[in-house]
Design a protein around this ligand. Structure first.
Ligand code: SAH
Ligand code: DHB
Ligand code: MG
Length: 230
């Protein structure tokens, strides 16, 4: 008899099992969210929406916080938008900013499908410009902000969003642990910029911050920033 060969699980495969376990236990998508995620893929959008355990966390944080005015930067196909908007009271509002017209069109269809048109608006354009306009026009303040667009603008988005927010507002920032080998160390390109942002975020004088690991794709570890305005 030959001995069975036991292949030890890689960290990624264990991470994947943990992600799958948690999501099938506490972050099950209803048919609408599932259909939105699948349609994103069918329409050729990149599969970079938040994983469902992050969607559930965003929803729960918005609900615990009693969020009434949510700002989202980076809509894609409105998958995270739907998780967040479901936490709103009936008179609540979510404004989501998206630069790509095709993404905007698909996102608007998904908002209709999710029956959230009365509280969600998707605004098309460059987020920095829209945010500057909102500041200029003295927009009503937001109490919850989710930043998930082009990572090189995170610093700008955070500071513009702070100007648009109420005291004690919550800020959530996706993708703070980028792909690559050089965790936390100076590295080139987008990853380097994210680690630079993390230093800024961690030491921001106006914020109390946390940064927690999340699981994406095939068990890769990413990070979600959580902060409250002082
Ligand atoms: N929050 C979404 C994923 C967003 S992916 C979800 O979890 O479901 C990032 C999105 O940001 C993409 O759709 C991209 O087109 C958009 N984006 C990139 N640069 C932008 C900019 N300068 N202004 C507004 N949106 C931008
Ligand atoms: C990627 C993932 C994201 O969550 C995002 O917002 C943008 C890009 C990525 O894996 O490339
Ligand atoms: Mg993201």
């Amino acid at each position: 008899m030959t001995k069975p060969i036991i292949i030890p699980p890689t960290p990624e495969s264990l991470n994947y099992q943990v992600k799958d376990y948690i999501e099938s236990l506490i972050a099950i998508e209803d048919p609408t969210l599932r259909s939105i995620r699948l349609n994103n893929k069918e329409q050729g959008l990149p599969e970079i929406q938040v994983p469902s355990h992050v969607g559930k966390l965003l929803y729960l944080l918005a609900k615990i916080h009693g969020a009434k005015r949510i700002l989202e930067i980076g809509t894609l196909g409105a998958y995270s938008t739907v998780w967040l908007a479901r936490a709103l009271p009936s008179d609540g509002k979510l404004i989501s900013l998206e630069i790509d017209p095709q993404h905007v069109q698909i996102a608007r269809q998904h908002i209709e499908q999710a029956q959230l048109t009365s509280c969600v608006e998707i605004w098309e354009g460059k987020a920095t410009e829209i945010l500057s306009d909102l500041i200029k026009n003295q927009s009503p303040r937001f109490d919850f902000v989710f930043i998930d667009a082009d990572k090189e603008n995170n610093t700008l988005y955070l500071d513009l969003a702070i100007k648009l927010s109420q005291p004690r507002a919550l800020f959530l920032i996706d993708n703070l642990i980028p792909k690559g080998e050089c965790v936390g160390r100076p590295c080139n390109g987008e990853a380097g910029l994210v680690y630079q942002f993390n230093e800024y975020f961690a030491n921001h004088p106006l914020l109390e911050v946390a940064l927690i690991p999340t699981l994406v794709g095939q068990g890769r570890i990413d990070g979600l920033g959580i902060a409250q305005l002082k």
